[in-house]
Write a protein that binds this ligand. Structure first.
Ligand code: FPP
Length: 249
């Protein structure tokens, strides 16, 4: 983005003329490859990736995005080497503990999605503290997916509904009812899904919620993703025609 003209240097489009998606979800891929290319350990890539996550949250808020959801740790990521899992958990722990003041200053509301009961007790507590402290903030909603799997979330939603006795009458089983029992209850579905570093799959992320989202893939690795890249994705989104299964307007 050119500071003086406000135009995106690659396209000449002015970001202020674009429709801003209300909810952007991101699969932050490529930390390991990015680090390896530089002769560094994979965990170096994750550390840089966590920094980028914090910067992109600010950029998203500046652009007027209302919700940002980041895939930080999947239900499948436990199969990585123990040292890498620990490094990722420590980055998340550090974020929860160090961002209270920043979230207050920037009016950010944090929600962690995913099955948190298997996380370390102290991490669970830091998550709860940060969620509680930011719950009434009215700025951007920041969802961090930790030990998250889309299928697991749907199973847990159904179990929750069952626990409330809501599955006995088939007529009462509706999309709204299931929606209301997901970890993302109350949050609109993503308008735009971004995945970095070349892969084109959704890897068990927000399976229910991405039903009508637009997808944007970039070859940039997550540690090199920045505001200009986010603007490019928003620009591509503006060229999409969303029909939700209907016909051209
Ligand atoms: C995928 O890259 C990335 C992850 C599994 C972890 C992403 C987590 C962070 C960036 C930390 C998030 C922190 C906050 C504060 C939200 P990969 O390592 O699988 O990449 P590769 O495919 O190149 O190996």
């Amino acid at each position: 983005m050119n500071f003086f003209t406000g135009k995106n240097k690659d396209s000449g489009t002015n970001i202020s003329e674009l429709r801003i998606p209300a909810h952007v979800a991101i699969i932050m891929d490529g930390n390991g490859r990015w680090a390896k290319k530089r002769g560094m350990p994979r965990t170096f890539g994750h550390t840089q990736g966590a920094r980028v996550a914090e910067t992109i949250l600010e950029d998203a808020s500046d652009l007027g995005i209302r919700y940002l959801t980041l895939y930080a740790f999947s239900t499948e990521n436990w199969s990585r080497p123990e040292a890498e899992v620990n490094a990722l958990m420590n980055l998340l722990r550090k974020y929860m503990q160090s961002s209270l003041e920043k979230c207050a200053r920037n009016n950010v509301r944090v929600r962690v999605i995913g099955e948190r009961s298997v996380l370390a007790k102290d991490l669970q507590e830091s998550i709860e503290v940060l969620e509680r402290a930011t719950a009434s903030n009215t700025g951007i909603g920041f969802q961090i997916a930790i030990n998250y799997g889309g299928r697991d979330e749907i199973v847990r939603a159904i179990k929750r509904a069952s626990g409330e006795g809501l599955l006995t009458d088939p007529a009462a089983i509706t999309e709204d009812m299931i929606n209301g029992h997901l970890d993302t209850a109350g949050i609109p579905d993503p308008d735009l899904l971004i995945r970095t570093c070349g892969e084109q799959r959704i890897s068990n992320f927000l399976l229910w919620q991405l039903a009508y989202s637009e997808f944007y893939f970039t070859d940039k690795a997550w540690p090199e993703f920045d505001k200009a890249e986010l603007e490019k994705a928003i620009e591509a989104y503006n060229h999409r025609e969303r029909r939700y299964g209907g016909l051209k307007a």
